[in-house]
Design a protein around this ligand. Structure first.
Ligand code: NDP
Length: 331
């Protein structure tokens, strides 16, 4: 399928399920760019879950995000229980203007349903010459280091650094040791996981993906990942007056929908923060990136950028069973 066809299919499924035009376009775009960058887990594959969330009655189908200018460096967007991406799009012009004026600015998004990868949002800011950080809680599937039960979310964090004339430096990952979708795939294939990914329902280490899904996931990096994940809970939750992953899961009432919580996005303008030293700063940053290539180490997102060049030219292969399932959802 071409990328235009992927967007059109996603849009038809979402709007057919009842999502307003603005939200359907925003979510369809996120799904299209995920397919474009070979991040299939956040592409078309997510549409059945989106339709389930749309039909749940919990998601607002047409919430118009309310943008509030809180301080010279803080913008708040009340997503009104709609999907997150439209709220991000509506608040971004103010975030960018504030970052350019203050050097550093934050956008607090409240009460949004968030299912997607964070890199599309971070890249929207690096495209404008800003460095950016984004983070969200999710659902409480992950045990803290030393614990036995789900308390933290899979809590993704993404960072972006703008590079003139080149793709930005971007990383974006969950703080769980393995993505939940990958655990589910291992369960369906009956493939084991290594120790350190999850705990069984009895709270002991397991190599059985199914037991880890029923028990608890673990963070990457032991106590360090656990602390980073806790920071994300606090910064993208209580700091902005929004839910932790535990509260998001309670809100879900076991409907297994996309998590509903807040998101924190921060933008930094190197032109302001480095001032007259910005050219020297850029040179040092580029020397750092060159050091990766000299050692044969790749930068995060290089796989995505290579996929992007390929799919823009050639389109995307979509598994036939998935395509048929989505066509059935359209009607
Ligand atoms: P991955 O482990 O797939 O990738 C993490 C990052 O590391 C990517 O930026 C990736 O770049 C980079 N990377 C991977 N391998 C290498 C390598 N060998 N050298 C250098 N860099 C590398 O991510 P996760 O499975 O943890 O997360 C997948 C997605 O899920 C994320 O986009 C995240 O935002 C999303 N997510 C969303 C949640 C939500 O509730 N909204 C919850 C949890 C996760 P590249 O892509 O180029 O390989």
């Amino acid at each position: 399928m071409s990328l235009d066809e992927i967007f059109a299919l996603a849009y038809r499924v979402l709007s057919g399920a009842g999502l307003s035009r603005a939200h359907a376009e925003a979510v369809a775009h996120t799904i299209m760019v995920s397919e474009r960058d070979a991040c299939a887990s956040h592409g078309l594959h997510r549409l059945p879950g989106c339709v389930m969330t749309i039909r749940s009655g919990k998601l607002s189908l047409d919430a118009e995000p309310k943008v509030e200018d809180v301080t010279p460096s803080l913008v708040r967007v009340d997503a009104g229980y709609g999907y997150s991406r439209l709220a991000f799009d509506r608040g971004t012009p103010s975030l960018v203007e504030k970052a350019r004026r203050c050097g550093i600015a934050a956008m607090a998004i409240n009460d949004c349903f968030h299912f997607s990868a964070l890199w599309p949002e971070v890249e929207a800011l690096t495209d404008l010459g800003l460095a950016a950080l984004a983070m969200t809680p999710s659902h409480a599937w992950v045990a803290p280091a030393g614990g036995t039960r789900g308390l933290l979310g899979t809590n993704p964090i993404a960072f972006g650094w703008p590079r003139s004339g080149r793709h930005p430096y971007v990383f974006d990952f969950a703080t769980s040791a393995m993505a939940r979708s990958e655990l589910a795939r291992r369960k369906s294939e009956g493939t084991p996981i290594v120790e350190g990914i999850g705990l069984g329902p009895d709270g002991t280490p397991t190599t059985d993906a199914s037991a880890a899904l029923d028990g608890a996931m673990l963070t990457f990096g032991g106590h360090k990942g656990s602390a980073l994940s806790t920071m994300i809970e606090l910064m993208a939750g209580p700091l902005i007056g929004d839910r932790t992953s535990l509260a998001s899961m309670e809100f879900d009432e076991d409907l297994k929908l996309a998590p509903c919580h807040g998101e924190l996005v921060m933008a930094f303008d190197p032109a302001v923060m480095a001032g007259g030293r910005v050219d020297q700063g850029t040179a040092w940053a580029e020397a750092l990136f060159s050091g990766f290539a000299e050692q044969g180490a790749r930068l995060p997102s290089e796989r995505r950028y290579a996929a992007r060049a390929r799919t823009i030219a050639e389109g995307v292969s979509v598994p036939r069973p998935l395509h048929e399932r989505l066509l059935a959802l359209e009607s």
